[in-house]
Write a protein that binds this ligand. Sequence first.
Ligand SMILES: Cc1cc2nc3c(=O)[nH]c(=O)nc-3n(C[C@H](O)[C@H](O)[C@H](O)COP(=O)(O)O)c2cc1C
Length: 339
Amino acid sequence: MTTPPPSPVETALTRHAGIELPLICGAMFPCSNPELVAAVSAEGALGVFQPVSLTFVHKHDYREGVRLMRRLANGRPIGMNALIEASSRTYHERMVRWVEIALEEGVRFFVTSLGNPRWVAERVHAAGGVVYHDVTERKWGDKGVAAGVDGLIAVNQRAGGHAGAKTAEALIDELAPLGLPLVCAGGVGTPAEFVAALKMGYAGVQMGTRFIATHECTAHPRYKDAIVRAHEADIVLTERLTGVPVAVINTPFIQRMGLRAGPFARWMFRRRRTRHWMRTIYALRSFFSLSRAHGRADVERDYFQAGRSVRGIDSVESVADIVGRFRAAWHESFASRVH
Ligand SMILES: Cc1cc2nc3c(=O)[nH]c(=O)nc-3n(C[C@H](O)[C@H](O)[C@H](O)COP(=O)(O)O)c2cc1C
């Protein structure tokens, strides 16, 4: 671990999360292995862990896994991703327990996705923590504000994972009036793109794809290599994984399968009463397919999830090197602003 100089510029995100650089390694199912999350935090940015990845993919006991990350991060903050769509009572109860344990283990930064984040905000605020909510448009931002969250992660159309439909510029325009700190998620893979997002008015940046192509991520080398080799035009959105568009590299497997859900699946998704079943079927299918794919080489059969930030990623690096370059660019840009 390098000893970073103090942050020259605070943002609402650095204050809220207690970090030095306004940079988050976003939660990634199944790529958020504890060593990756902790390495990002140890460098003064924020690693956010994904509980399903931690327990089911990377096979850690939940509490011990959180402790491991806290230890590896040398006491620096880590964050937790709470995917709160209440698909079943059992899942909800498990998520409540996971949030409780994270709080008991000293986690104070939470990122909520889907669903209504009110219960997370209430519980986390009572413990002195903060909650940022993932949104792709104003409607979800309003919901986050009503639920009392402290910030919004604005997921744009260039993002890996479940991409939004709008540009980073359009999102900041429609979300800024809500008065909460905004984090730009999607399309950032280089220090220049990081600085550009901060100059646009974002309080921070959340990256995913860039951190998969690191030595600390345990994804298979062929997945990392596919990210390094991919061009922006190779990223397509497929509905075949979860029923809603997910950004993937256009491998021969994806080409063979097609990008749209079949007519029966679409019909089931449209109906309120059957949507829940379809989501469960798709979630289970993607869960098994992605968990199996993690750490395995099978370009013929597997999905490689990645965002348009592949554009600026041309080698597999260490987390320290990446965060160091982003920090230097941010320092430089700040210095050029004060002169
Ligand atoms: C492989 C992969 C899995 C992801 N899984 C999740 C997830 O489980 N929960 C979540 O909130 N976001 C998830 N995301 C989104 C990331 O946290 C982040 O917002 C996104 O990757 C930013 O875009 P970028 O990949 O262009 O940097 C995932 C992204 C990727 C690439």
